[in-house]
Design a protein around this ligand. Structure first.
Ligand SMILES: Nc1ncnc2c1ncn2[C@@H]1O[C@H](COP(=O)(O)OP(=O)(O)OP(=O)(O)O)[C@@H](O)[C@H]1O
Ligand SMILES: [Mg+2]
Length: 402
């Protein structure tokens, strides 16, 4: 006897996902996965291999369409049926172009929905696929892992990581997770005024058996929509953490979130090694003092010798320490590397961090907030790169020595 067809539902509206499940169950259509937009939809389609995907085309439409395209890249044979409120000609056209096989108007009528699913399931798979052949194939089942790193402490890594996370989350409602990998004094939770509950050390120890739901339930949500996984309270709690587990935990997270942003300590250790190994992009922060520039030169050499693609290293000059005669152009010349971004000094940063609130939210019009928002836009405008290969950065000192 053939098994019941497996359906995956993609809709940001969780109660409506449950309503749909109830509609489908009597027709022997089993919902194998349900989630919102973004990279998680693609990774779930890859993992659960549904027979059909049912997607809401809701605001923001672009995000819905990008999600459909990501599913089409990862599971090209899986047919997609969509539904939308008041679908106008433009949406119908875009949906069809993205490879949707049928588009139903809201409110959904049970008979119409079941009829459509059954028709599409029974139809042969179109040979050329629905995607535009000019569309570049991209690895869609994992999000961007952005490691914010710098060779020194106190240069603004946490400030940048926490603020760009908020700015990226606001852009087209990206799902963003910040993981605090500062093995000394992790302060991401403080910056977001959150009381740490489950920490990255605890989740790393269970990574081999971790389920998506358990992982999600352990995360904390900032009012901006950014998800947070704090570091353990005491630096000594890091001693038992296996850097391989951290690497695997970040990869796991990247299958659920469009962006995983890693904050790191101003030191080298094997946890930092994992954070660099899994990075798809490194935001390399330097302040404008000679010591920081010298240490940054060392990091650039290290990244190059490990084969990390230069174009994925975003050298960012942060004027964390006030007025300084050295300019970004001088930094670029000394380091023989273009400066990707320059963040001005602004006392608003200090005031906001004392309040435990990201400056981009408290003072969105300040010069530093505008700069951080533009940096976030530049980063999230870039395409998602290939995941990196294993085994790099393994010569870094273990964390107990960091
Ligand atoms: N552009 C800026 N203008 C003014 N102050 C800044 C700026 N960037 C960072 N700061 C301030 O510099 C200090 C250090 O910043 P932050 O904690 O983000 O650095 P860090 O590199 O994460 O340090 P650590 O390695 O110790 O974690 C904070 O007081 C922060 O408010
Ligand atoms: Mg920090």
């Amino acid at each position: 006897m053939p098994r019941n067809p497996l359906v995956m539902i993609v809709d940001e509206n969780v109660p409506f996902r449950q309503e749909l499940q109830a509609m489908l169950a009597p027709a022997k259509l089993a919902v194998v996965a349900d989630c919102g937009y973004g990279v998680e939809a693609a990774s779930l389609a890859e993992e659960t291999r549904p027979d059909i995907v049912l997607v809401a085309i809701a605001e923001p439409h672009l995000r819905a369409l990008q999600t459909i395209e990501a599913i089409r890249v990862i599971a090209p044979e899986t047919p997609i049926v969509a539904y939308a409120a008041n679908p106008d000609f433009r949406i119908v056209r875009q949906a069809m172009h993205a490879g949707v096989r049928d588009l139903l108007p809201m409110p959904l009528k049970r008979d119409e929905l079941l009829g459509s699913l059954q028709r599409v399931l029974a139809a042969p798979i179109p040979s050329e696929g629905g995607l535009d052949q000019d569309e570049p194939a991209r690895p869609a089942s994992a999000g961007v892992v952005l490691t914010v790193f710098g060779a020194k402490g106190g240069i603004g890594k946490t400030t940048i990581a926490t603020n760009i996370a908020v700015a990226i989350a606001k852009r087209a409602q990206n799902s963003v997770l910040v993981i605090d990998l500062d093995t000394r004094f992790g302060d991401v939770a403080i910056m977001y005024d959150l009381e740490p509950q489950v920490t990255v050390a605890q989740l790393a120890s269970q990574v081999r058996t971790l389920e998506r739901a358990t992982f999600r339930a352990a995360l904390q949500r900032h009012a901006s929509g950014v998800w947070v996984l704090p570091s353990p309270k005491h630096p000594s709690d890091w001693r038992t953490v296996d850097p391989d587990d951290i690497r695997d935990l970040v990869r796991f997270a990247a299958r659920l979130f469009d962006y995983v942003i890693l904050d790191t300590p101003g030191a080298f250790n094997d946890i930092v090694g994992s954070a660099l190994e899994v990075a798809t992009q490194v935001l390399l922060v330097t302040s404008v003092d000679m010591a920081s520039i010298k240490d940054t030169a060392f990091v650039l050499d290290l990244l190059e010798s490990e084969g990390f693609p230069k174009e994925r290293v975003y050298l960012t000059v942060n004027h964390a320490n006030g007025a300084n005669a050295i300019r970004a152009a001088d930094v670029a010349r000394v380091l023989r590397t273009p400066v990707f971004w320059e963040i001005p000094h602004d006392d608003e940063v200090v005031t906001a961090s004392q309040l435990g609130r990201p400056v981009v939210l408290v003072k969105p019009r300040s010069k530093v907030s505008r700069s951080l928002a533009e940096l976030a836009a530049k980063i999230s405008g870039a395409s998602a790169p290939e995941p990196r290969r294993r085994g790099l950065f393994r010569r870094l000192a273990p964390v107990s020595a960091g």
